[in-house]
Design a protein around this ligand. Structure first.
Ligand SMILES: Cc1cc2nc3c(=O)[nH]c(=O)nc-3n(C[C@H](O)[C@H](O)[C@H](O)COP(=O)(O)OP(=O)(O)OC[C@H]3O[C@@H](n4cnc5c(N)ncnc54)[C@H](O)[C@@H]3O)c2cc1C
Length: 404
């Protein structure tokens, strides 16, 4: 049996867990804290497999947590990168409408951007689009100067270092696999032994619903994994993209549509699409885990969602298997792009919470239980917002864990 009883255990060493550890320790120095990560390194899943965009806050419903935390988190992220010498760039992006039917949605994005307090958003005509991106094509567009790029793995790595310096015990290869209550304490079972704690924060990303259930809490939602696949522009064609070029997203999905992103470390990525993953951490098309697939297929919410959106789903699947179809979607933004200009890139899997009615939860979602906080929906822009999410959890924990 473990000897130390930690005040708080954090489950998950992605950017949200690491930011939360830092925020809690900044608010209450001296807390005995442990962070448990299942893999042998931090940022092994969503945090290490994303587009590396510091989102501005353009897309999100005014008044939502996403809108507030993205705008505040974005500025906190820029400050953090400056303070810690992490490479980043506030390079701006454009969103372009390639069809007049998209104009009302573009206007809605503009309205949301203004309502969310974004500065400097500019309407673009077809000619003005080319001032920013000479090879892009569109009828109308928006320039959003507050968007930026960064490597979130580098941010996570610095957060881990800082948490350790502040006294947090960090343990990798420590998947939480069991839970029991012993008096007023909780015992987390890991491969390396039992961990005793008085309170816990679940930041388990793709496994967050299962971790909640393991801890005896009904999450009320199920995580459905959506893989996002990328292509990369070959170096001789990278001049086609200067910064970031996005389409107008479909408002019925929380995904942004395939776009072009300049990476902070060099290179241009195109993607990600959004296909159902048959394994929660399934980065390849062929990855299947029966338990994960059964969890998705046995969920009534999934079938309700599938009935409503099967056409979009089939389109995404088709683009996943056909490079030609993927490139065709990209050519709407960049007509000069040819199939031979892109090579297969990486992929990431989004942890998207779905409710029993089949609704994909749009906003960040946290469930509280006695002495526990479970982060159950932290998809994009949670990397951008991570420092603000961490601060919010620390604030919540102050009252909640003290029994107030
Ligand atoms: C393809 C893609 C593109 C994206 N692009 C962007 C973007 O450009 N900008 C942006 O802001 N956001 C983006 N996002 C979203 C962003 O990456 C995530 O919202 C963010 O990384 C979530 O962080 P997290 O810490 O909650 O999850 P994760 O990074 O997934 O971390 C969860 C951690 O918990 C661990 N864990 C799970 N179960 C257990 C257990 N039982 N015990 C111990 N540890 C456990 C996992 O191993 C993992 O390391 C993107 C996401 C994807 C997938």
């Amino acid at each position: 049996m473990a000897e130390v009883t930690y005040d708080i255990a954090i489950i998950g060493g992605g950017i949200v867990g690491l930011a939360t550890a830092n925020a809690l320790l900044a608010a209450r120095p001296g807390l005995r804290m442990i962070l448990l990560e299942a893999e042998n390194r931090f940022a092994a899943h969503q945090t290490g497999h994303n587009s590396g965009v510091i989102h501005s806050g353009l897309y999100y419903k005014p008044g939502s947590l996403k809108a507030q935390y993205c705008v505040e988190g974005r500025e906190a992220m820029y400050r953090f990168c400056e303070q810690h010498g992490i490479a980043h760039e506030r390079c701006g992006k454009i969103v372009v409408a390639t069809d007049a039917t998209e104009f009302p949605r573009l206007e809605e994005l503009h309205r949301r951007g203004e309502a969310n307090g974004l500065k400097g958003i500019r309407w673009l005509t077809a000619d003005q689009i080319r001032e920013y991106e000479p090879h892009a094509s569109g009828l109308r567009g928006l320039h959003v100067p507050e968007t930026g790029i960064v490597d979130y793995k580098a941010v996570a790595s610095r957060l881990a270092q800082l948490a350790q310096e502040r006294g947090c015990t960090l343990k990798v290869t420590s998947r939480v696999e069991g839970f029991r209550s012993v008096g007023s304490e909780m015992v987390l079972q890991t491969f390396g032994g039992d961990i005793r704690c008085k309170a816990l924060v679940n930041c388990g990303g793709l496994q967050s619903d299962r971790v909640a259930r393991l801890c005896g809490v009904d999450p009320g939602v199920r995580i459905v994994p959506f893989r996002g696949e990328y292509y990369e522009l070959i170096s001789s064609r990278q001049y086609l993209v200067k910064n970031l070029i996005y389409p107008v997203p479909d408002p019925s999905f929380p995904f942004l549509g395939v776009h072009f992103t300049r990476m902070i470390g060099g290179g241009i990525e195109a993607g990600p699409n959004a296909v159902l993953a048959f394994k929660r951490e399934g980065y390849r098309k062929t990855d299947i885990r029966i338990k994960d697939l059964a969890d998705t297929l046995s969920y009534t919410g999934f079938w309700k969602m599938a009935r409503r959106n099967w056409q979009t789903g089939m389109g995404e699947m088709w683009r996943s298997f056909s490079k030609h179809a993927f490139v065709k979607a990209l050519q709407r933004l960049l007509p000069e792009l040819r199939t031979e200009d892109v090579t297969t890139g990486g992929s990431g899997v989004r942890a998207q919470a779905m409710d029993p009615s089949g609704k994909l939860l749009d906003d960040f979602h946290v469930v509280r239980a006695p002495k526990m906080i479970h982060v159950l929906n932290a998809p994009s822009p949670a990397a951008t917002s991570s420092l603000r999410i961490g601060a919010a959890i620390a604030e919540m924990a102050t009252g909640h864990f003290d029994g107030r």
